[in-house]
Write a protein that binds this ligand. Structure first.
Ligand code: SAM
Length: 227
């Protein structure tokens, strides 16, 4: 039976793709890509030539029904995003839900995603954690921060380099300046940086330079006895 494959792709280093991901990308009939130019570079690197169709935030509402019909008619389809695992702060959820509603098989391959290496090498507890993804940029941001102030598990945030210092300053305000934090920048890439310290130290470190690249922030949870 044909199915939808969710295929994780590298978050920087092109070697970070599994043998099975490469085989599935070679075998499927169609690849849905967030940005076909980005995925074309990856496919070219691995000598894979496949029809591609764009599938991104702005068209996924319109195309999910059409794609699930294609799978139902016997086409094997792979969904990839620009980096990491589709569905994790990337398009994917709507298509998975639609395929499952239509009684189709969905298989997500294990593979790269930015939050796992950031969390594990933060040195903060990772036995239980909250994946917070991107905070809302405006409406709802303060409400979320207030909610997270009471969170006792380690929290993982995705943030843009332009808002990193602002986010850290907000964390100082809501969680306290002494809360431990780890900021992972450009994971798996040439200029990878992992800064570990207090929120206050992180503000000082990143305020002193122009921040570039992709960023994951991992924040210690509130101490259980911390009133
Ligand atoms: N689907 C991806 C995943 O599985 O991690 C996430 C996609 S989301 C649109 C992009 C965000 O992921 C970036 O803004 C950054 O927070 C994080 N990210 C992606 N690649 C990264 C990297 N190499 N280093 C640090 N953060 C990264």
């Amino acid at each position: 039976m044909a199915r939808l494959y969710i295929v994780p792709t590298p978050i920087g280093n092109l070697e970070d793709i599994t043998l099975r991901a490469l085989r599935i990308l070679k075998e499927v009939d169609l690849i849905l890509a967030e940005d076909t130019r980005t995925t074309a570079k990856l496919l070219q690197h691995y000598g894979i030539g496949k029809p591609m169709q764009s599938h991104h935030l702005h068209n996924e509402h319109k195309t999910v029904a059409f794609i699930s019909e294609k799978i139902a008619s016997g086409l094997n389809v792979a969904l990839v995003s620009d980096a990491g695992t589709p569905g994790i702060s990337d398009p994917g959820f709507l298509l998975v839900r639609e395929c499952l509603r239509a009684g189709l098989d969905v298989e997500c391959l294990p593979g790269p995603t930015a939050f796992v290496p950031a969390l594990v090498n933060s040195g903060l507890p990772c036995d239980t954690f909250v994946f917070a993804g991107f905070l809302p940029q405006k409406k709802g941001r303060q409400t979320k921060l207030k909610q997270y102030a009471a969170e006792t598990r380690t929290m993982v945030f995705y943030e843009s380099p332009f808002r990193l210092v602002k986010a850290l300053e907000e964390f100082a305000l809501h969680f306290g300046p002494a809360r431990k934090v780890s900021v992972s920048r450009e994971l798996t890439k040439l200029y990878e940086e992992n800064f570990r310290g207090t929120v206050e130290e992180a503000v000082a470190h990143f305020s002193a330079k122009t921040v570039k690249g992709e960023i994951v922030i991992v924040v210690e949870g509130k101490a259980d006895d911390d009133e």
